[in-house]
Design a protein. Structure first.
Length: 149
């Protein structure tokens, strides 16, 4: 693997994604991080498989790795999972480590936020990492506030 710029080998990519999620998890006292999680639908007969799942109260953030950098396939997998857990509050992330897409499933719409890490040579830009973390942290925090209303 040529530093961060070639995150194309899935086994290695997984090891880049996990520390970001573990760090985010440590920012909340009441978050549980699960690995290789399957979620069954209560209302819809569909199953969602996610590489990682954050759970905080009634809210879940389900993370899908974009296999072979195929974001369309990752989005499809996330949206099937969205249907499976439609009766719960959920957000979805599709990532290949360099690109991070966050989906929020509303009643009549799906909203997309995205952030991309940048790297020069073998060095990751810390500012872009901060942007990714703020996007996910903010979504989790905002979503929890909305659920309390």
């Amino acid at each position: 693997m040529n530093g961060y710029t070639d995150a194309s080998r899935e086994a290695k990519r997984y090891h880049f994604i996990a520390p970001v999620l573990i760090m985010l998890c440590s920012l909340f006292v009441d978050v549980k991080l699960e690995v290789e999680e399957s979620v069954d639908g209560n209302e819809v007969h569909a199953n969602g498989h996610f590489e990682f799942v954050f759970t905080r109260g009634k809210t879940k953030i389900c993370i899908v790795e974009a296999k072979k950098n195929d974001f369309d396939q990752g989005k499809a997998q996330a949206l099937i999972g969205c249907e499976a857990v439609a009766d719960r509050e959920s957000l979805y992330v599709v990532t290949d480590f360099m690109k991070w897409h966050l989906y929020r499933c509303g009643e009549n719409s799906i909203l997309l936020d995205s952030s991309t890490l940048s790297a020069k040579s073998e060095e990751l830009d810390i500012g872009s990492m901060r942007d990714v973390c703020e996007m996910i942290y903010g979504a989790f925090s905002d979503h929890e506030e909305e659920c309390k209303k």
